[in-house]
Design a protein. Structure first.
Length: 430
């Protein structure tokens, strides 16, 4: 079977690309004809496999981990297309292995959707996993939030080496108590930042709810985010603090940088004797946003920031990443499968910060739902158009001379990127 599955998969991949087909289809083919392909290829890597999963931040965090490890002269395989299903990983492998199925890499760092990660780890037990958070995202797919936590717990249970957990997310942190034999490391926040990064329970608590009488003692974290600046961050690890510049926009990305540092340090061996920390920090300072995740473009000489939003936490943190005024604002909300059909989470976001400047354009298939939500927070709305292309054109035309920000769900972001690619005056900044 193995003798022809890789050549066949490569041929399907080539044909699919010529026809403009999906990037994951060749992976689906090779999964069907050779179910052991991924396990056989990935389990031979010297540093094994690291899986990154959770509700928010997988793509950008994976990108950070890859670039940090590459700064330590490791050859890294990753699913760069962002296809985070198992067939996407298989398709990415087909593009990297030789005709005999051999992969020239030291370690694999893979972003995986929570549900599909369960299937992957059953076939390929990872040596490392990084579990970011559990938030109410796409409940029409996963059901209750505790179901998502159970999926992440399964990933951790299948991990053979080190499990990296978010100390500040109680559903993620509790996974440690269920593990037997794995090394557990945490990333976390300084107490001064806890209000900036509320967990799901914090966001849904009734206003004025009393704090718990006795707070549980938190475990020590390998890396702690201490401060967030406009273009810098301060981290604490190995008993000291370091400050580094950051190209990444958005406070949520900076917290994920602590997660990426923790995983990279684990793979490199941890302490200062095994990792070049000056090089790690230099690499971290140069990481640019993943496609559509906080990208900054220039349109007609003015910046346009794309901010992906898909749940209350992500939207709240996205709003906190910009000054209250001075920007032209557009919100694009779709409810396609990749976005999640249930948009009721919009009512868990507070839009008070948009009152001063208003929202110039609201678009997407759920534009009127979004507009209604804004009205309840007394936010002025310029125009509502369910069609993204004309709405984006009007937004750019009417906001000339002003910096722009677009908050968008996943498929809306893809549509906006397609439209922007047609404009000759668009330049990708980061």
């Amino acid at each position: 079977m193995f003798s022809f599955s890789v050549p066949l998969g490569k041929l399907v991949r080539r044909a699919s690309r010529l026809r403009g087909g999906g990037s994951a289809f060749p992976g689906l083919v090779v999964e069907k004809i050779d179910p052991g392909f991924m396990r056989r290829t990935l389990t031979t890597l010297p540093h094994g496999v690291a899986v990154v999963s959770g509700t928010n931040g997988k793509t950008t965090t994976t990108k950070m981990v890859v670039e940090l490890l590459e700064s330590q002269d490791l050859k890294v395989f990753t699913n760069r297309t962002g296809s985070n299903f198992t067939r996407g990983v298989a398709a990415a492998l087909l593009g990297e292995v030789d005709w005999r199925g051999r992969l020239d890499a030291d370690v694999a760092v893979l972003e995986l959707d929570e549900a599909h990660a369960v299937h992957f780890v059953n076939s390929v037990p990872p040596r490392y996993c990084l579990l970011l958070n559990v938030l109410r995202d796409q409940l029409d797919r996963f059901g209750e939030i505790d179901k998502t936590a159970q999926l992440l717990q399964h990933i951790a249970a299948k991990t053979t080496g080190t499990v990296v957990l978010n100390r500040e997310d109680p559903r993620v942190a509790r996974i440690a108590a269920t593990l037997t034999g794995q090394e557990v490391k945490y990333f976390g926040l300084d107490d001064s930042l806890l209000g900036t990064f509320p967990n799901d329970d914090d966001m849904r608590a009734a206003p004025g709810s009393p704090a718990p009488a006795v707070l549980p003692e938190k475990p020590a974290a390998d890396v702690v985010l201490r401060k967030v600046g406009a273009d810098s961050a301060e981290f604490e690890y190995d008993g000291g603090t370091v400050t580094t510049g950051m190209k990444l926009r958005g406070v949520y990305n900076i917290f994920n940088a602590a997660a990426a540092l923790t995983l990279a340090r684990s793979i490199c061996g941890g302490g200062a004797a095994t990792a070049n920390h000056a090089t790690l920090l230099e690499a971290l300072s140069k990481v640019e946003p993943a496609f559509g995740r906080g990208e900054s473009l220039t349109v007609d000489g003015q910046p346009l920031d794309l901010v992906l939003v898909k749940n209350p936490s992500g939207f709240r943190l996205g709003l906190k990443s910009f000054p209250a005024g001075g920007y032209a604002t557009m919100i694009a909300i779709n409810d396609n499968y990749a976005d999640g059909r249930d948009m009721s989470w919009l009512w868990d976001v507070e839009f008070d910060s948009l009152r001063a400047g208003g929202v110039d354009q609201v678009t997407g298939s759920r534009a009127y739902d979004m507009a209604l939500r804004l009205q309840y927070d007394d936010v002025r709305i310029g125009a509502v158009d369910t069609e993204i292309a004309p709405a984006l054109a009007a937004f750019i035309r009417e906001a000339q001379g002003k910096p722009k920000r677009v908050f968008c769900t996943y498929t809306a972001m893809l549509a906006i990127r397609r439209e922007l690619s047609k404009i000759t005056t668009v330049e990708v900044v980061s």
